[in-house]
Ligand binder design. Structure first.
Ligand code: GLY
Length: 269
């Protein structure tokens, strides 16, 4: 879900798998990608799932000098058409941003583009949107100075921001949660509590999932009650189906291997 509401999910940017993908960072839940051809199959199915469900997808060329370049979500934060270009939290990933910034500034002309400067840092993967309420993870990739820059933009746009502390065994806020709709947050036991998100707006709920399904808590909600989920998380699937969602299930094996989740691989704009 990241930073756009369901009704804003018409276009997405993704990036092709680089030859260097086996060198991608894998310090949290991934064991490191081992099969680049299979990674391309998993990524192609992801692009197809978005396209078949009404999203106009643009695929940027791979950046072979940056093994993590497919994880575009971290590189730009698009909110109501405005763009915040963060300083990515891992040094090795800072060079991924320029082509993404150029693409978005061409596509979103007339909107505000803000560029964060060090020592502020932030990965887009630390931001979650529930309707018009925003959450940001304070994590190893996102610091207080970065959070204040995001707050400035959200104040300007009239949106509330709440800070969620990410436990050290998790990468990003979106590694452990997502908003499959504008009313629901999925959260795993053992990582975060419902209280961490504060009082929910009327009609919204935090749904707790078992700790072993933490990876499944990252989903991509789409219009018409559809949601893309990762294969292998039956409790997440049932909870969503019980609430009337149609689940589109993808094998994320070689994306997960590089600490990547569904939302990491796209920027909706
Ligand atoms: N491999 C994704 C990241 O660590 O940023």
């Amino acid at each position: 879900m990241a930073t756009v509401r369901l009704d804003q999910k018409s276009r997405a940017l993704v990036r092709a798998i680089p030859d260097s993908y086996p060198e991608a960072l894998a310090n949290f839940f991934g064991s490191g990608p081992t099969d680049i051809e299979l990674a391309k199959v998993h990524h192609a199915a992801y692009v197809e799932a978005l396209s078949l469900n009404g999203v106009e997808v643009t695929v940027l060329d791979a950046d072979h000098a940056h093994p993590d370049c497919i994880f575009v979500e971290d590189q730009a934060v698009v909110i109501d058409g405005h763009v915040l270009l963060p300083v990515p939290g891992h040094e090795s990933r800072r060079g991924e941003q320029p082509p993404i910034a150029n693409f978005l500034s061409d596509e979103l002309q007339g909107h505000q583009i803000c560029k964060m400067e060090p020592p502020a840092m932030m990965d887009g993967g630390d931001i979650l949107r529930l309707g018009d309420l925003f959450f940001v993870g304070r994590s190893t990739r996102t610091n207080d100075a970065g959070i204040e820059e995001l707050r400035d933009l959200l104040d300007h746009l009239g949106h509330e921001l709440r800070v969620v502390d990410i436990p050290p065994h998790a990468l990003h806020l979106t590694s452990v949660s997502s908003t499959p709709s504008d009313q629901i947050i999925l959260v795993p036991e053992g990582y975060l509590t419902p209280e961490a998100f504060g009082e929910m707006p009327e009609g919204c709920e935090v749904i707790m999932m078992p700790e072993e399904e933490v990876y499944g808590c990252n989903t991509i909600g789409l219009p018409d009650n559809k949601v893309i989920i990762a294969d292998g998380y039956p409790t997440v699937k049932k909870a969503l189906e019980d609430r009337g969602f149609e689940c589109i299930v993808l094998d994320m094996g070689q994306i997960r291997a590089a600490d990547g989740s569904l939302t990491c691989c796209s920027i909706f704009y």
